[in-house]
Write a protein that binds this ligand. Structure first.
Ligand SMILES: *[C@@H]1O[C@H](CO)[C@@H](O)[C@H](O)[C@H]1NC(C)=O
Ligand SMILES: *[C@@H]1O[C@H](CO)[C@@H](O)[C@H](O)[C@H]1NC(C)=O
Length: 245
C-alpha cells in the first residue's frame, strides 16, 4: 500500500469515533480517587470493559516518564485480528494539580482534538481500577469510561462497584462493551509502535512500514478484501481508534 493510501485510511479512521460517546454540555464531574498513589498504580492492566469498543486483548502498561517526575506514559497495546502483530500506542499522562494526583491530563499523538481529562476514579491498585476520560468540545463533550483489572478477568463485585460509581456521577454505565481477554497473544512485543517521538503527520506511513512487513501486508490484505476504503476504515479503524483517548 502506498504511503498516501495509508494516510487516507488513517484520515478516515480519525473521522470515525468508536471508543467514546458524545454528549451536550460540560464534562460530567467524576471525583478522582482520594489519596491516590500513582506509584502503586503503575504497571500492567487488562482492559475488561470500555465505552463502545469492539477491541479484543487490549492492555495498558503505565510507566513513569524518565524525563519528568509528574509525567507518566501509557502504552495501549492490542493485536489486529488477521494481522497478528500488535499495535502499541503510547500517550503521555501529566498531573496538572499535584495535590489531586488522580486527575490527570492525557495526550495521544493521533488525537487531533488535543488533550483530555484522565481521571482514575476508583482503584485498590492490586485488583481493579476505573478510569474516566473527557474532552471538552464546543457546547459538548466526548467521554469514555474504562474498567481495568490486574488479571485477565475481574470479579463481578468490582465491576458493579465501578459501574455504580459512574452511575452516581451521572455517567451511563451501560455504554461499556466487554473486552475479551481470552486467546490473546502471549507475546505483545514487536509490531507497530506509535508514540510522540516517532509520530508526526509526515512519518505515520513510514512508522507503519517500519513496524513490520507482515503488518503492512495485513493492512493491505484487509484493504484488498474490503469493497471500499470506507468499510476498510471502519474495520481497521474500530481497532485503531481504541487507542485514541
Ligand atoms: C512496560 O513498559 C516498560 C517500559 O517500556 C517495560 O520495561 C516493561 O517490560 C513493560 N511491561 C509489560 C508488562 O509489558
Ligand atoms: C524507519 O526506519 C528508518 C531506518 O531504520 C529510519 O531512518 C526512519 O526514521 C524510520 N521511520 C519511522 C517513521 O520510524
Amino acid at each position: 500500500m502506498k504511503p498516501v493510501a495509508v494516510l487516507a485510511v488513517l484520515g478516515l479512521i480519525l473521522g470515525v469515533c468508536h471508543a467514546h460517546t458524545y454528549h451536550l454540555g460540560e464534562c460530567p464531574t467524576v471525583e478522582p480517587q482520594s489519596d491516590f498513589n500513582m506509584k502503586q498504580f503503575l504497571g500492567l492492566w487488562y482492559v475488561i470493559q470500555k465505552t463502545s469498543t469492539s477491541s479484543k486483548c487490549l492492555i495498558y502498561n503505565i510507566t513513569q516518564s524518565p524525563d519528568e517526575p509528574n509525567q507518566y506514559r501509557i502504552e495501549q497495546t492490542n493485536p489486529i485480528p488477521g494481522v497478528g502483530k500488535p499495535y502499541h500506542y503510547t500517550g503521555e499522562l501529566t498531573v496538572p494539580i499535584p495535590s489531586v494526583p488522580a486527575k490527570m491530563t492525557a495526550k495521544f499523538p493521533l488525537s487531533l482534538a488535543g488533550s483530555a481529562d484522565y481521571t482514575v476514579f476508583l482503584t485498590d491498585y492490586t485488583t481493579y481500577a476505573g478510569i474516566f476520560t473527557c474532552q471538552k468540545l464546543p457546547l459538548s463533550n466526548r467521554h469514555s469510561a474504562t474498567i481495568l483489572s490486574r488479571t485477565k478477568s475481574l470479579d463481578k463485585i468490582y465491576v458493579e462497584k465501578l459501574k455504580s460509581t459512574l452511575s452516581a456521577a451521572n455517567v451511563n454505565p451501560f455504554d461499556l462493551s466487554i473486552i475479551d481477554q481470552s486467546g490473546c497473544p502471549k507475546d505483545y512485543d514487536s509490531g507497530i509502535y506509535i508514540h510522540k517521538d516517532t509520530f508526526s503527520a509526515h512519518n505515520i506511513a513510514g512508522a507503519i512500514r517500519n513496524g513490520s512487513e507482515s503488518v503492512g501486508n495485513g493492512v493491505e490484505t484487509v484493504l484488498d478484501k474490503a469493497g471500499s476504503v470506507g468499510s476498510t476504515a471502519g474495520k481497521v479503524g474500530g481497532k485503531l481508534y481504541d487507542w485514541i483517548v
